[in-house]
Design a protein around this ligand. Structure first.
Ligand code: AMP
Ligand code: MN
Ligand code: MN
Ligand code: MN
Length: 286
């Protein structure tokens, strides 16, 4: 039985997208960190999950592994991410949809490369592609290449300088809307979770509007507990989830080992919150 005290981390990335650990390495690390319920949610792909399940089952103390993905959407020209949890990773409609998302990624990646070249940075596309390997290109891969090649000191400054909204290498996004992504998640049997709502740098008024419109678009839940956040932020997100009748979720959004973000770290489960895994819908599908 799943209880409130189960250590849950329902947002993470592998080398199938812009994470730096393989699915097997990520599973080993999650178990080592004491995570009990764990979701892998790569950007626009579920390709890391078969290996993750194999690695998990081969472990002496397997965790509860939830199939997930993180879908990029567009809302008022912002990139908004929606996590799908407990999805059927063999669902043909979902797989088609994700393949289309990755095609959009490829087109965008080439355009990012062209913009950077115009700004005097040659070879970024090929460099990012080499880092990504088989994974669909993300700005995360570009950021690593730019940092590795001396264009900025670390990932946050690369984004500030080149990749964030409005900067030289930013390509206005071309994703589908929130309702479409939510519908795809539902068709594949999953629950939709609005990812890192306070990460979009929206004003309080716009954040409120985002959460309301996300709920109206059919969203089930939103992340309220993030690996790195202030107490004010946590309280604000919990209040917004309640105001909009959304379930709550927790996730580190782990991409690679660092001093700041760790699997399962700081993922408190305060009392009086209805968690996404407590919904009847969830139990039916796990
Ligand atoms: P994309 O999905 O290709 O638009 O890339 C978004 C990804 O870039 C996120 O999932 C993060 O991994 C990374 N990212 C976005 N903003 C930042 C930032 N300010 N600092 C470091 N990484 C970031
Ligand atoms: Mn990422
Ligand atoms: Mn995200
Ligand atoms: Mn993420």
């Amino acid at each position: 039985m799943i209880t409130d005290t189960l250590l849950a981390d329902l947002h993470s990335h592998t080398t199938a997208s812009d994470g730096q650990l393989t699915p097997s390495q990520l599973i080993a690390r999650a178990i080592e960190k004491g995570v009990e319920m764990f979701a892998i949610t790569d950007h626009d792909t579920v390709d890391g999950l078969p290996e993750a399940h194999m690695a998990n089952q081969a472990h002496e103390t397997p965790l509860t592994l939830i199939n997930g993905c993180e879908i990029s959407t567009r809302w008022n020209s912002f990139d908004i991410h929606i996590v799908g949890l407990n999805i059927d990773i063999t669902h043909a409609g979902l797989l088609d949809f994700l393949a289309h998302q990755r095609q959009l990624r490829e087109v965008r990646a080439q355009e990012i490369g062209e913009r950077l070249a115009k700004a005097g940075i040659e070879g970024a596309y090929a460099g990012a592609k080499a880092i990504a390997g088989d994974a669909a290109l993300s700005r995360g891969h570009y950021a690593r290449w730019l940092a590795d090649n001396g264009h900025a000191s670390d990932m946050p400054s690369v984004f500030k300088k080149y990749l964030a909204r409005g900067k030289t290498g930013y390509v206005p996004n071309n994703w589908g809307d929130m309702a479409t992504a939510i519908e795809q998640i539902h068709q594949a049997g999953g629950l939709a979770v609005l990812a890192h709502p306070s990460g979009y740098k929206l004003s309080a008024k716009w954040l409120k509007r985002l959460v309301r419109e996300y709920a109206e678009a059919g969203g089930d839940a939103m992340e309220v507990i993030l690996g790195q956040q202030t107490l004010d932020d946590r309280n604000n997100l919990i209040a917004l989830s309640k105001l909009n009748n959304l379930l709550a979720s927790v996730g580190s959004d782990f991409h690679f080992p660092s001093n700041w973000i760790e699997l399962g770290k700081n993922l408190y489960q305060p009392q009086g919150v209805e968690w996404v895994w407590q919904s009847q819908h969830w139990t039916e599908r796990t």
